[in-house]
Design a protein around this ligand. Structure first.
Ligand SMILES: *Cc1c(COP(=O)(O)O)cnc(C)c1O
Length: 355
């Protein structure tokens, strides 16, 4: 039995893998593989519209927002956001809470003026700065809701008089949000929504078309909106598997139900980290992520031995990101509480041996 704590691409429910595998052989009893059907076929139109409906329903997306399924990952959004929302001569505000946030700001700087409103780089991004001030003359304010590498999460949306843009790659669909609080949300699917290859964008239509910039069509949200995410060939299979995962989430009871499970999983693991004499958390307690749990050992020399034992017990993907070290247990939606309990058991077994 494997317990996949990898940070992304992520674990998905077993029944999603099974149905996705079946569709590669025979999709909907068509006698064709999902991999060979036309994206203009009725069968795929049904898939993409159901995927969009499920996103709208699960996240309670209000009127006036378009939903897009794009390629190029969250990293492409680092450029598309300023290209589409930052007017010529204008400026954008960015919140620097980690590597992904820094990368987003760096790309925006190539397109216009960027003001970094606050940064936690002084303590290697182990906390979320509070009471920040967003300049009212910015075109938008960008932040990363969950810092995948450092294990910090922003639970309260920062005060901002200007439209808020959020990179939700690693906590989308993990907890309830109010979409109306945002001008634009984007998320690479492969952390919590589906497989790699598709990126979700939810954008408030009224924000578009105001930059005075002429864009290549492929980088223009408007072409994708007009084309119903089929301006060009969409990532058919990634959208299909995301749809299966969204169906799974809906059948479970939706986001309010998964959020409660995520709270219990995170609490279980942090409680053990705080109790166990060998381990300690790296993120500020109040900013601890419910998706990526980062921790180290009081004696770093034991880290190799713990990884060996974890491997023996079937725990995959626990090694921390190189910029933090130690361990990172990613406990996304599809990771069950039994996998968290298995990790806790392994930590206790290790403590017995080495304390
Ligand atoms: C993984 C990650 C990204 C990068 O996503 P790609 O799809 O690989 O471009 C961006 N932001 C966050 C918060 C991430 O976790």
């Amino acid at each position: 039995m494997k317990h996949n704590f990898g940070a992304g691409p992520c674990i998905l429910p077993k029944e999603v893998f099974q149905e996705a595998a079946q569709a590669v052989i025979d999709f909907n009893n068509t006698g064709l593989s999902i991999l060979e059907i036309s994206h203009r076929s009725k069968d795929f139109e049904a898939v993409i519209s159901e995927t969009e409906r499920l996103v709208r329903e699960l996240l309670n997306v209000p009127q006036g927002y378009s939903i897009l399924f794009l390629q190029g990952g969250a990293s492409t959004q680092f450029a598309m956001v300023p290209l589409n929302l930052l007017p010529e001569g204008g400026k954008a505000a960015y919140f620097d809470t980690g590597v992904w946030a820094t990368k987003a700001a760096k790309e925006a700087k190539k397109i216009g003026q960027v003001e970094v409103v606050a940064s936690s780089s002084d303590r290697n991004y182990t906390y979320i700065p509070k009471n920040i001030t967003v300049p009212s003359d910015a075109a938008y304010f960008h932040y990363t809701t969950n810092n995948t590498i450092y294990g910090t999460e922003v639970f309260d949306i920062p005060q901002s008089a200007v439209p808020v843009v959020a990179d939700m790659s690693s906590d989308i669909l993990s907890r309830e949000i109010n979409v109306a609080d945002y001008g634009l949300i984007y998320a690479g699917a492969q952390k919590n929504m589906g497989p790699a290859g598709v990126t979700l964008v939810i954008v408030k239509d009224e924000l578009l078309g105001k930059t005075g910039r002429t864009l290549p069509s492929i980088f223009d949200y408007d072409s994708h909106i007009k084309g119903g995410s089929m301006y060009n060939t969409p990532p058919v299979y990634s959208i299909y598997v995301s749809m299966l995962n969204l169906r799974w989430l809906k059948a479970k009871g939706g986001i309010s139900v998964i959020e409660q499970e995520n709270i219990v999983k995170a609490r279980t693991l942090y409680d053990e980290i705080d109790r166990n004499s060998l381990f300690k958390g790296t993120a500020e307690v109040e900013d601890r992520s419910r998706m990526n749990v980062t921790f180290v050992m009081n004696n770093p020399e034991l880290e190799g031995a713990f990884l060996d034992l974890a491997k023996e017990r079937g725990h995959i993907g626990l090694k921390g990101h190189r910029s933090v070290g130690g361990f990172r247990a990613s406990i996304y939606n599809a990771l069950s509480i039994s996998s968290v309990n298995a990790l806790v058991d392994t930590m206790q077994e290790f403590e017995e041996k080495y304390k």
